[in-house]
Design a binder for this molecule. Structure first.
Ligand code: SF4
Ligand code: SF4
Length: 575
């Protein structure tokens, strides 16, 4: 137990009966190829994929049959070759027992692959963003249960760095052994997957964490690691305490760091992934095989041959149970997942999907829930809560539908591990209350988002109407102004004419006056020489001779002046 000394530990938790040996005893089997595969277009967190095939289409194994429609979405591929015979609603494994859109393929038994690459050792030379693309196109999602598209988690973003990359092989729930089996059977592939992820994330160190109840898996990994002497990878056993496989709990144990409330592992420079996801990434990158199958543990009461089976996605659960020789008389319920966090299956015709890790059949539940009694505030639930919550307070608020109260008590830090309900002496189904509260809060948030969108639309419409009104009024104002200006111009044009006429008339008057003055002058020049009117003819002749002489003298003077002028000019020219 020396290795525990360098580990952290999380609060609370439970030691549970393991029930793992039953399914670990047998080797992994391939599930029989079913006649029909029912492949849901939504097997992940995020938007459903969109079918890209039609009824009647022939498909090859690994061919894309539904494409990712959003950033948060994942592509779906044909798990086997055959013909698309329907795209319709079909029961799926979901706590609500709902149906969902499925692409139904009638298999032809030929297993005709689309083109597939031979294993390539040079995957570490691929650019990280190209790696993320391959992972996205292969439709890989977190296979530990959540189904979050892996390529998103492979991108830490510009602001973040990953100092520690963790592979989660804890598999802490009783009965489930599929991760233990792949670590035993395919340790090299898992380590290669880890190397690819490290390259994509540019992470410094890597830890593979697994509970100390998996000695074979531990040995297989250590042996595979020693072959390559990869010093930056640590394979770490941790104490078997439920829920050590919870992401935050495992990080705490392996790094002694705590993911902040409401935060993500990347906030403390850690990235955590399931070991099965690492295997799927290796297959996608090295041999271009999309996520079309997975290991599933089939175990429990009424199962004669508990084992792990490699199952094609879309295989009806009933067919897998048949392959494991189920005795329905000894089965009261079929659970998808483990006894602590799993949910009841409503219809065994539902298919296996990318996140189905275990099919557990129970005659009686691990924890029976007899009569529910009032809370006695014993505090047992708080003592075992690995998220350090106060479960009884969450219960009170959830019961009273005070969802603000539940959020004040960090409802969303609850990982629904079920420890609190397991120890509650009053048999209160606490987790159901938390799931109910979360669902209501999500619904309220959705409604708020919807009503916000509706309000924004309404406000924008009002704004648009108001703006149009203003624009119209402005146009009218401008038009009026133009008209007024035009009228004013026309008016001022008339005034100008009037002024011109006036000016002309004044001018004419002035001309007339000038003419009159000239006339007057002319008239004045025709003055009758009254003082000579009574002269005799002789006197008049004398006067006329005098006038004649004077005129001659004046003419000579003028002539003389002209000559003088001309001489002066000539002199000037000479000069
Ligand atoms: S364990 Fe049950 S009874 Fe005890 S405080 Fe919690 S909810 Fe109440
Ligand atoms: S189910 Fe939630 S509240 Fe209950 S113990 Fe687990 S984490 Fe705590």
């Amino acid at each position: 137990m020396m290795y525990f000394s360098k580990l952290g530990h999380f609060h609370g938790g439970l030691k549970l009966e393991q029930h793992k040996k039953e399914s670990l005893a047998s080797p992994v089997e391939m599930a029989k190829l079913p006649k029909k595969l029912y492949i849901p277009v939504q097997q992940h967190i995020g938007a459903a994929a969109e079918p890209v095939v039609n009824v009647g289409d022939k498909v090859r194994k690994a061919q894309v049959i539904a494409k990712a429609t959003d950033y948060l979405s994942a592509a779906i591929h044909a798990p086997s070759s055959g013909t698309v015979i329907a795209i319709k609603e079909h029961p799926v494994a979901h706590p609500s027992g709902k149906t969902a859109l499925c692409i139904v393929i009638e298999t032809d038994g030929k297993e005709n692959w689309r083109w597939r690459k031979e294993p390539s050792p040079d995957f570490l030379n691929i650019d990280p963003s190209a790696l993320r693309n391959i992972i996205r196109e292969a439709g890989i999602v977190g296979m530990g249960g959540a189904g979050f598209p892996s390529y998103i988690k492979m991108n830490p973003g510009y602001k973040n760095t990953v100092s520690t990359l963790i592979l989660n092989g804890a598999e802490c729930e009783p009965y489930i052994t599929c991760d233990a089996k792949i670590m035993q059977d395919q340790p090299r592939e898992i380590i290669n997957g880890l190397l690819i992820m490290r390259h994509a994330l540019q992470a410094e160190n890597c830890i593979i964490g697994l509970e100390d109840n998996k000695p074979e898996a531990f040995k297989a990994l250590v042996d595979a690691l020693h072959e390559d002497e990869l010093k930056f990878i640590r394979i770490q056993r941790i104490p078997t305490i439920y829920p050590a496989g919870g992401e935050k709990q495992l990080i705490k144990v392996l790094t002694k760091k705590e993911v902040p409330s409401g935060g993500l592992p990347i906030d403390i420079n850690v990235s955590c992934h399931n070991v099965a996801t690492a295997l799927a990434i290796y297959r996608a990158v090295a041999i271009q095989e999309p996520l079309i199958s997975r290991y599933v543990t089939v175990t429990g009461d009424g199962i004669k041959h508990a084992k792990n089976i490699e199952v094609l996605i879309g295989t009806p659960i009933s067919e897998i149970l048949q392959q494991c020789s189920i005795d329905y008389d000894n089965v009261d319920e079929i659970i998808i997942g483990g006894p602590m966090m799993g949910f009841n299956l409503h219809n065994d015709k539902s298919p296996v999907i990318k996140t189905t890790n275990c099919i557990l059949t129970l005659k009686n539940k691990v924890k029976t829930t007899p009569t529910v009694m009032p809370c006695i505030r014993c505090g047992e639930c708080a003592r075992v809560c690995p998220a350090q919550l106060v479960p009884q307070q969450l219960y009170w608020y959830a019961k009273a539908k005070d969802f603000d109260g539940t959020q004040k008590y960090n409802l969303f830090d609850c990982i629904e591990c079920g420890c609190c309900a397991y120890v509650c002496p009053s048999n209160i189904p606490l987790v159901q209350y938390y799931r109910y509260a979360k669902t209501e809060i999500y619904a309220q948030e959705r409604d708020t988002v919807k009503s916000n969108i509706a309000r924004e639309r309404h406000e924008f419409r009002e704004f648009r109407i108001e703006r149009e009104k203003t624009e119209k009024a402005e146009k009218l104002r401008k038009k009026k102004e133009l008209l007024q200006n035009k009228k004013l111009k026309e008016k001022s044009g008339q005034d100008n004419d009037i002024t011109t006429t006036k000016k002309e008339s004044v001018k004419n008057d002035l001309v007339a006056q000038a003419m009159a003055r000239i006339q007057q002058k002319n008239d004045s020049q025709k003055i009758i020489k009254k003082n000579v009117s009574n002269l005799t003819t002789e006197q008049q002749n004398t006067i006329e001779e005098i006038d004649k002489r004077r005129n001659q003298q004046r003419e000579e003077k003028i002539k003389q002046a002209h000559e003088n002028d001309n001489n002066a000019q000539r002199e000037t020219l000479k000069k």
